[in-house]
Ligand binder design. Structure first.
Ligand SMILES: NC(=O)c1ccc[n+]([C@@H]2O[C@H](COP(=O)([O-])OP(=O)(O)OC[C@H]3O[C@@H](n4cnc5c(N)ncnc54)[C@H](O)[C@@H]3O)[C@@H](O)[C@H]2O)c1
Length: 357
């Protein structure tokens, strides 16, 4: 592989997304034929095998100081092992703790001893060109600390969390001014609850159905769901999910969307319930009642593999600030929202060089 073909990334938060991503890259390296299962097997010249993790940060004593390929299998991460992961030569460093751990997470996670790493220096030393933030939702202060570190180390920032960074004009301006790409907010899983819910509602609306009431509620067993048992964090995540639907449908529908409970025995599984009630022609009642079961780790990693490679394309094109097409494709709360169909067209046009942002 030519040196310039390597996409060097750093990750803050070695939880289920990080496990899905590192395993996903190894999976595609081992089973070449499986890359057909990606929506975009090649983005410009980049395949998943071009992605290399060069730095990792966490605060959990079971992960800090460990080799990355071992840390992703710490018992608290529930993403199952799909493949053998190659040696990464990356040791997980202790990041700034800030408000990273909610009260519920502090019941199950012990913060590692020792001093916090200088994230800016570590990013520079590693040669990373993109920092991915995969911290628990609601960790506002910690997420902003990593966003600032990305600016100071002059690397692009991908915000998988619901904290408003790409969506926040102040942060957007800072990244634009620094000529750095910014992607976010709140990663959208490939077969995730929000994207499917929006999809069902869009199709019904296009067919003339007036939506009256709807909910999409999940139960799940991952760490992130335990985190959102804290009321303020649960509310925070709900608001982002509900906003994603209301942006298309306005305030005229009765809507609830979010995770309703943590069930440890579900592990990495997420069980989503969709319920929709509307009215068709001649006030005909229309009802939908669906159950969806997925795994959080791979579901998020599928999107992230595309977003990372598209971000590298943006870096090569000297992009700066939020890139609307990548954000609309890969995130629940992008700075510019559109329907799913248009988001795919924008993304595809951007990576082909037809669209400028
Ligand atoms: N399918 C998905 O899993 C999915 C989809 C969309 C968005 N998200 C969002 O992505 C984020 C990460 O999700 P996840 O499932 O990987 O979460 P997770 O709870 O499995 O992992 C979070 C990790 O962050 C670590 N952490 C906490 N504070 C830290 C700090 N200050 N510095 C460094 N590390 C710290 C924790 O120890 C843990 O390892 C969440 O905000 C979630 O809302 C997840």
């Amino acid at each position: 592989m030519v040196k310039n073909d390597v996409i060097k990334i750093a990750i803050a938060g070695i939880g289920n997304i990080a496990s899905g991503l590192l395993q996903g890259i190894n999976y595609l390296n081992i089973f070449e034929d499986k890359k057909k299962k990606l929506l975009y097997p090649k983005i410009s010249s980049y395949e998943a095998k071009n992605i290399r993790i060069v730095a990792a940060f966490d605060v959990d004593t079971d992960k800090v100081g460990k080799e990355l390929e071992k840390a992703i299998f710490a018992p608290i991460n529930s993403t199952p092992q799909f493949v053998n992961v190659e040696k990464t030569n990356v040791e997980v460093l202790k990041g700034p703790v800030k408000d990273g751990l909610s009260n519920h997470l502090l019941e199950v996670i012990v913060v590692a001893d020792g001093s916090e790493t200088n994230v800016v220096e570590s990013l520079k030393d590693s040669g990373a060109e993109i920092l991915i933030c995969a911290l628990p939702s609601g960790a506002e202060n910690a997420v902003e600390t990593y966003a600032q570190a990305a600016l100071d180390a002059e690397v692009a920032f991908i915000n998988c969390t619901p904290t408003s960074i790409a969506n926040n004009p102040v942060w957007a301006r800072k990244f634009k001014k620094a000529n750095l790409c910014l992607l976010g907010d709140d990663l959208q899983s490939l077969a995730g609850g929000t994207v499917l819910h929006k999809g069902f509602l869009d199709v019904l609306r296009e067919q003339g159905v007036i939506i009256k009431d709807t909910y999409q509620l999940d139960v799940a067993g991952g760490l992130e769901t335990l985190n959102t048992l804290d009321d303020d964090r649960k509310q925070y995540k709900r608001e982002v999910k509900e906003r994603a639907i209301k942006q298309s449908f306005g305030n005229d529908i009765n809507l609830a969307s979010g995770t309703s409970d943590y069930l440890e025995f579900l592990g990495n599984r997420r069980v989503g319930h969709f319920w929709i009630r509307g009215e068709g022609f001649m006030e005909m009642p229309v009802k939908i009642d669906i159950r969806l079961e997925t795994l959080d780790g791979p579901n998020a990693a599928g999107t992230l593999v595309d977003v990372i490679r598209a971000t590298k394309v943006a870096i090569n094109r000297a992009g700066s600030g939020p890139i609307s097409s990548i954000c609309a494709y890969g995130f629940k709360a992008p700075p510019v929202t559109t329907d799913r169909y248009t988001a795919h067209i924008w993304f595809s046009e951007y990576i082909q060089g037809i669209r400028s942002e």
